[in-house]
Design a protein around this ligand. Sequence first.
Ligand code: UDP
Length: 241
Amino acid sequence: MNSDIKLFENGKRLDGRKNDELRKIKIEVGVLHRAEGSCYLEWGDNKVIVAVYGPREAIPRHTQNPLRAIVNAKYNMAAFSVGDRKRPGPDRRSREISKVISEALENVILVEKFPRASIDVNIEVLDAEAGTRCAGLTAAAVALADAGIPMKDIPVACAAGKIENQVVLDLGKEEDNYGSADLPIAISPRTGEILLLQMDGHLTVEEFDKALDLAIKGCYIVSDIQKKAILEKYQPNSEGK
Ligand code: UDP
């Protein structure tokens, strides 16, 4: 943490947000012609596109599970998505994010319905400004719904963190770089079950509880935006109600 960088100005965060305020989120459903389900999502300055294929026969065959489908989420950050050009292709970070997102999605998709199949979820980050795993998972959930994949619920993700000794919702880029902790989570909003929880940095037990509560509240706000976007496509006259 660099203590010279000030993350609050006149009691407000650098982008003017309150501590419990999310960045602006925009979701579009069914943006790709070829994919079975797709979603374009903007979350602050993050831009993410997701294409879902399947369920289809898992290839190579040794990856097949005779009892259920495998969920194969692939998170990729485009080389042009960050300030310093990123080396193209998978790295440790993107493998880790792909794994935790696959596991989170596997817990809500009715995988037993599709033995030997694979459900492929391609997550491409076009613009990365902190919080891309949450943006990616949230968009993936919408793309899965668009593909008609049966799920127990539409999962959703959001992070909270700590900057200058304050717990805040949804860290922006400077906050992520110079703050002291980030706690991205994903939940099943219907049951409240936690599907993903990671933590970067340090929090006391009290701060952790506060950050978790705040991230869960954020998830419910994002969940409403997801549902509204899905209804806008499938029931255009319902106005998302
Ligand atoms: N980032 C970057 N280059 C990288 C990886 C990450 O510039 O190779 C930036 C990017 O803006 C990303 C942010 O650092 O959104 C935070 O990355 P983190 O690993 O915490 O994941 P995220 O918050 O995006 O889920």
